[in-house]
Design a protein. Sequence first.
Length: 324
Amino acid sequence: MESSVKSTSKVPVLDLTSGQDLNPDTSTWRSISREACEALEEYGCFVALYDGVTQKLDDSIFAAAEELFDLPTETKRKNVNEKPYHGYVGQMPVIPLHEGLGIDYVTNKEEAQRFTHLMWPQGNHQFCETAHGFSNAVAELDRLVVRMIFENYGVEKHYDSHVGSKTYLLKFLKYLAPPESISMPAFPQHTDKTFLSILHQNGVNGLEVKSKDGEWISLQLSPKSYVVMAGDISMGWSNDRIRSCEHRVTMEGDKTRYTLGLFSFIKGLVSVPEEIVDDEHPLMYKPFDNIALINFYATKEGREATSTLKAYCGIEKASLQSDD
């Protein structure tokens, strides 16, 4: 049986602010890179202190989130995407406290403009600039962590091609306060089908992550905190060295929680680098496609699997994926 939620966070907090000497080949860089990977291996996540987003931009993105969610439901429903879980989610009886919208390829200015025009046909320049600017600032954090991961595992030669194959989805996530302020599940436990997910909240807690021993840990986050989570893609890419973070949201109190999530995906096939396969770490996964994995997760079989990734492309389940 899973233990009760612990409110004291055991998840490591790493200082990635500009005051740190985070130039590669420095002792600080190597030390923090090791700590980051140890956290991803043990918890599937860590909390990053990051000042790449200015206070003005931080204020603006949460104001933009409130403005977006205040739009009529019929307008928000226009946010459709052929990729599962990339567009509008809301008005669902099974998760009545949750609502979300997504901007795919958000680091591309034209895509941010396309979404903005869909929501505000008359235009909303401030929203577009804020969403695009915030996403690019957080993408810098994503690339910093990815460089740490690649160098720590000795596969830095693959870093440039990896970064060149990444796309980003910005999700605006809203969680209502539960009725009568009772503690209530707001989003069920799951792992993300991303390489990394970076979450930033408005000061209202609710995110819980699951430890290896089944303990749920409630993250108590400061305003400059960004939760860096490993998804199923990094677990597969790392040949199970990195642990995909199982997490959920539980709401209590009387305040609405807004979260910005920057989710990174990989175009093309994802393969385990040969450098991290050896006798102690035999190959665990066939090459797989990120979006195809998401599509598999959207099926009954994918949702019910103990591990969607292992069911889809684990070596022992290779027959579930064709070779083409």
